[in-house]
Ligand binder design. Structure first.
Ligand SMILES: [Zn+2]
Length: 430
């Protein structure tokens, strides 16, 4: 792999800094954003780096020169006049022989790029983009993809879009195949998302890679301060999948949203009080939040998988309005008891995922590199507590939802809390 950093933009949202230096040269913790990026690339074994430069380009070129002092090789693509985020790619026509990791020059990130690369190659994509949930999906473009990750559409923050959407936001990092660069003929103003990616989505060549790793643009004053704080506390590097992650596994109904019997319609989704606030604190403290839920509504044929998606979209949208997100959701659609007239027999099985079995926790551990010894299970039933304790997690029983009154199993939680917020406050003291 080689890398391409897009650093030619003007950075008008940080005008007080960027009249003299370009945005990617703004210092965070004593180093320009670009230098933070180059360090992550180097850590991933990527040392051939191209930087597109335009606005105040001398500041970038004088600092990094040919990259030798930073242990990498740097080439520059110089814009004579502004050509948008990717208009200058025409200079790469015929010149790229390997898959290129592309990142916007204002993104503070740390990630295990080899995992992204494996996904990209397996999907057969021409372009893959990193997507993740963020704390403000309501004013972000949202990526709509199928369950394999093939991108169907980008819902612009500015256009009309459905009321409820998954919290799945373009993070500003891509893998792009050489042929894509060969499609650029000459200097022409072009935008990476609106022109390049959109035209490949139409051809079914774009895939979305979901990760829990840290990627955030520092392009506003608020985010500049936030990303600097996160570099300082080590959050940026700790969240990369080179390291084991701490996680809070959460039941859904009665824990995050109010218990209303079996849930088979988005209309039934209403958040528990302070659930958003609770999850926001976990997000902010570097805990992955992963839902582990039994949804026998599928086996009982009360709803289909599309409706389950709609339910999840409403949940993620409501959490997003409170600046909170979940990183992933694992759903068991099965149920063991056969013999009801309406049931879907293919899901009426004894599976290894239905809680209190720990199949879903094991899948999450594998996928997200989770350290069980620093992780927790929170739920409102004895089934949740048994699941957590079988998986080797510390467990918290909530007094919301069923409040443990299901009494199916004789189990003792490590802690009992009134609600999710109290549970989170306890977790954060551990
Ligand atoms: Zn199952």
């Amino acid at each position: 792999m080689e890398a391409l950093i897009i650093a030619g933009g003007k950075g008008t949202r940080l005008a007080e800094y960027t009249t003299e230096i370009p945005k990617p040269m703004i210092q965070l913790c004593g180093k320009p954003v670009l230098e933070h990026q180059i360090e992550v690339l180097k850590k991933n074994g990527i040392t051939d780096i191209t930087i597109t430069v335009g606005h105040l380009k001398e500041a970038v070129m004088d600092y990094f020169k040919d990259g030798r002092d930073f242990g990498v090789k740097i080439k520059y693509l110089e814009e004579e006049k502004p050509l948008g985020t990717c208009g200058v790619f025409y200079l790469l026509n015929g010149a790229v022989k390997r898959t290129v990791f592309v990142v916007l020059g204002d993104v503070i990130f740390d990630m295990d790029i080899s995992r992204f690369y494996k996904f990209h190659k397996k999907s057969g994509a021409q372009i893959s983009l990193v997507v993740h949930p963020n704390t403000h999906p309501y004013d972000s473009d949202i990526i709509d993809c199928d369950d394999k990750g093939k991108v169907k559409k980008i819902f612009s923050k500015k256009g009309d879009r459905p009321q409820y959407l998954f919290n799945r936001v373009n993070a500003g990092a891509y893998l792009i195949e050489p042929e894509v660069f060969d499609g650029f003929q000459g200097p022409e103003k072009r935008d990476l998302e609106k022109d390049l990616i959109s035209s490949h989505i139409v051809r079914g060549e774009v895939y979305a890679y979901q990760t829990t790793e840290y990627l955030k643009d520092m392009g506003t004053m608020d985010r500049l301060q936030e990303t600097e704080k996160h570099i300082k506390t080590g959050l940026v590097s700790k969240m990369s999948l080179f390291s084991k992650q701490k996680c809070v596994f959460l039941d859904r109904d009665g824990t995050i949203n109010k218990l209303k019997g079996l849930i088979y319609s988005p209309d039934q989704i209403e958040l528990e009080e302070n659930a958003g606030k609770a999850l926001h604190q976990l997000n902010d403290n570097g805990y992955l939040c992963i839902i582990i839920t039994n949804q026998p509504v599928i086996a009982r044929n009360l709803c289909d998988f599309d409706t389950l998606d709609e339910i999840q979209k409403k949940l993620e949208t409501l959490l997003g309005q409170e600046h909170a997100f979940v990183n992933d959701t694992f759903i068991c659609p099965h149920h063991p008891d056969k013999g009801y007239p309406e049931e879907r027999p293919e899901y009426k099985i004894k599976c290894t995922c239905r809680k209190p079995e720990i199949g879903m926790v094991q899948q999450a551990v594998e996928k997200h590199n989770i350290d069980l010894s620093r992780s927790f299970f929170v739920g409102d039933t004895t089934t949740d507590i048994l699941t957590g304790s079988r998986a080797g997690l510390r467990t918290i029983l909530l007094k919301t939802g069923e409040a443990g009154n299901d009494r199916k199993y004789e189990v003792e939680p490590d802690q009992v809390c009134e609600n999710l917020l109290q549970a989170v406050n306890w977790i954060l003291t551990q």
